[in-house]
Design a protein around this ligand. Sequence first.
Ligand code: NAD
Length: 470
Amino acid sequence: MNFHQLYIDGAWVPAGGTADLPVTDSFSEAVFAHYRAASPADVDAAVRAAQRAFDGWSATPLAQRIDAVRRVAGALQERSGAIGAVISREVGMPAKLAARIQVAAPIAAWTMYADLAADVEWLRRVGHSLVQQLPVGVVGCITPWNYPLHQITGKVAPALLAGCTVVLKPSELAPSSAFLLAEAIDQAGLPPGVFNLVHGTGPEVGEALVRHPGIDMVSFTGSTAAGRRIAAQAGSDVKRVSLELGGKSAALLLPGADLAAAVKATLAGCFLNAGQTCSATTRLLVPRADMPAVTELLRTGLAAWRMGDPADAATRLGPLISKAQQRKVLSLIEAAVAEGAEALTPQAAPPPTGFFVPPTVLLGVTPGMAIAREEVFGPVLAVIGYDGVDEAVAIANGTDYGLAGSVWAATARQALAVARRLRTGQLDINGAPFNPAAPFGGFKRSGLGRENGRYGIEEFIEPMAIQLPA
Ligand code: NAD
């Protein structure tokens, strides 16, 4: 694999930028690949190729676009071992789990989007108008590192099905699955220019893509800070934008809930991918009367989160993505303890290499503390006591974010009554599993727009109304 190449207009071309983009193994801390950044001319060439390809691709019958997306899924499947291995090294997720969550699930999503494309109402009558659902145009997709192929899939597959053409800039910290996807798309024989891949950092290549006049829509997943900059730029150009941003999701335990099941699922939701999940349940809201029992369950539950080499089948918690992220999370824990929280953590020391943060439960957190409001992006659960349901709802809604959450109650009916009061895009009741066909996205500073399922395809559509004569 030549990582100094970009995929533009159906061909691999040398990157013209000067910036070296080293990729680090988050367990050994060694650099194992070097990518090279795109130059401004490369970004321009990629956007122009996508513009040239747009008329042909958008006019391609839907059935043929669906077939193409299915061929991509097949070509990805052939590379599933390589994708899993490289994501596990880049991100640090335990390999067995990565094979399922980082590889099998996104490949299945390519097929799911292909299946759901026929459900979109591409053409409908509204009175004497014909409403056509047209592709928005050339889409700039910018993605983060934490679930790299999943996030790329949630943009590229539905955009292609909608008839859009794409320029993708993946995270510079975990670019390898994007590289393998470009190989799969090349093998699947998509027309030149329909999909293009450029590498680089956000401030350089990402911003150049957002500003390019040939980009009709920016589909971004990442931090709220970068999302604000992108939204400001897209706003001043009146470009369509979709933003999947940060979160501070609450797991709300109601009196009478199954405490053991709730604690187990909340730890899993918080510590998955070492806490580097946008929808992680990072706050646990507990009725004060249940606090002693919950504390005991948390103490015992923590012991199961064995830190170690992601390649080792016994490892449940891998390292974080980078030294910088490790320092940031450790300092947020220290600050919370300084503000009065009590930290619970297993006794075992982390391995000698790797950007580890031990799984940590913070007791005695109050809603005003920074740890209760800021996205941590590490394996840290803040436990907050409450006295009545109204107070619990106010705490759950009392952050800038609104991405996900859970409600636990004795009955689904009780849980649903509270769930409806929470300002969040996703919510599960009593541990119900994630549904990739349901819409995913944020309220408040967690973003704009929705991904997943049919809703994800509709993000890339521009309706056009044609009034017909009587
Ligand atoms: P990040 O914002 O640093 O980077 C995300 C992507 O944006 C990268 O490709 C980066 O190069 C690019 N970028 C950064 N600044 C940019 C700019 N000014 N203009 C254009 N592009 C820019 O985020 P990250 O550290 O890679 O990912 C972690 C964040 O992503 C967390 O906040 C997490 O909650 C969020 N996230 C959200 C979702 C969701 O679906 N809501 C999913 C995963 C991650």
